[in-house]
Design a protein around this ligand. Structure first.
Ligand code: KG4
Ligand code: ZN
Length: 338
């Protein structure tokens, strides 16, 4: 059966709704990004995010139904992100989903945002990728999972400090580039030399898996201060080698992400890797993961760029898997930050 699922997402700074049939066929997708509202603060402000979700939730839902030319009567179930994320943001989407479910009698399915990011990477595949390793890399998460099915994920490792996307955002700030930092650092990096500066790569203890990006971020800061930790940070316009910094920084992040992910695949004895989350948009990450994976007989799959960053297509997609597996939430479905 190819049921039509309405997905609702509001866990961070995107308000999104989508209609997806049978976990694959996208009939409509609307995303309202709050990036402009948070840009001047250099990061997401939770209080502003919740307020914006309240303003946008119903208009985004209406726009989604209009895009598909369908009414709620065509929908078979409502899927909503209920964890993890900013609690005040999650509660807005959850409130809308519960209200719709109560008003229409449609079943409600709770979806895990991280599992949904990974599901996005599987939506265009012809064959099952399981068992596989999933790397989730976004502004809030950097973690490796072993996945044996869309709803069977076990975490293998996570970051000790910053998420990879967060590191991009902080380095962009130091270089005077716009928020969010991933796309802007990556763009500048194309003009620089990847081997210009030997930034450090984190190596976990022998045999272990894991990530850390705070040492790299500090190394970028010290480099900009001319190696003198106590010197003032130069103004962005006074950085002569900004493109080399961007390129060498990006290479260090990509290097660590690729090495740990392929190592996890070898440890778990699997030959498929799924990469998901906002940082999965990164072109260099795609290039290196696919090339180095191919050398080891490991296939790496990334979602379409629009499905890397937060969206509701992935929520409706995974919601369909949950619906088919018999998951049904009641109005007691709770939001969870973690
Ligand atoms: O998944 P996402 O939209 O939101 C979270 O759940 O965090 O990811 C946003 C993050 C931001 O930190 C942004 O800088 C990063 O993804 N990002 C990128 C790229 N595009 C977005 N990082 C590196 N390269 C990119 N092209
Ligand atoms: Zn996300």
């Amino acid at each position: 059966m190819a049921e039509l699922i309405l997905g609702i997402e509001s866990s961070c700074d995107e308000t999104a709704a989508a209609l997806v049939r049978g976990g694959r066929e996208e009939l409509a997708s609307v995303v309202h990004s709050q990036v402009a509202e948070h840009a001047k603060w250099g990061g997401v402000v939770p209080e502003l995010a919740s307020r914006s979700h309240l303003d946008q939730a119903l208009p985004v839902l209406d726009a989604c139904l209009e895009q598909a030319g369908l009414g709620l009567d065509a929908v078979d179930a409502i899927a909503v992100t209920h964890r993890p994320g900013l609690i005040g943001s999650l509660l807005v989407g959850l409130g809308v989903a519960k209200g719709l479910s109560l008003g229409t009698g449609l079943p409600l399915v709770g979806v895990d945002h991280i599992e949904a990011h990974v599901y996005a990477a599987t939506m265009d595949l012809e064959e099952s990728p399981y068992p596989c390793i999933a790397l989730v890399v976004s502004g809030g998460h950097t973690a490796l999972y072993r996945a044996d099915g869309p709803l069977e994920m076990r975490r293998l490792a996570t970051t000790l400090d910053d998420a990879a996307g967060e590191a991009f955002d902080k380095v962009a700030y130091l270089l005077g580039l716009p928020y969010p930092g991933g796309p802007s650092v990556s763009k500048l990096a194309t003009e620089g030399r990847r081997d210009a500066i030997a930034f450090p790569r984190y190596h976990p203890r022998k045999g272990a898996l894991g990530f850390s990006f705070s040492g790299l971020k500090t190394a970028v800061l010290y480099h900009l201060r001319g190696g003198d930790a106590l010197a003032p940070t130069p103004a962005p316009e006074a950085i002569p080698d900004a493109a080399d910094v961007a390129a060498s920084f990006e290479e260090a992040v990509v290097d660590v992400l690729v090495r740990q992910t392929l190592r996890a695949a070898e440890l778990e004895g699997v030959d498929q890797v799924l990469v998901a989350g906002g940082v999965a948009c990164n072109r260099r990450l795609r290039e290196v993961m696919q090339a180095e994976g191919a050398q080891r007989g490991i296939r790496a799959t990334f979602p379409r760029p629009a499905r890397c960053t937060d969206n509701a297509v992935m929520i409706a997609g995974l919601g369909w898997e949950g619906f088919r597996a018999g998951d049904r939430a009641d109005l007691g479905l709770d939001a969870a930050a973690r």
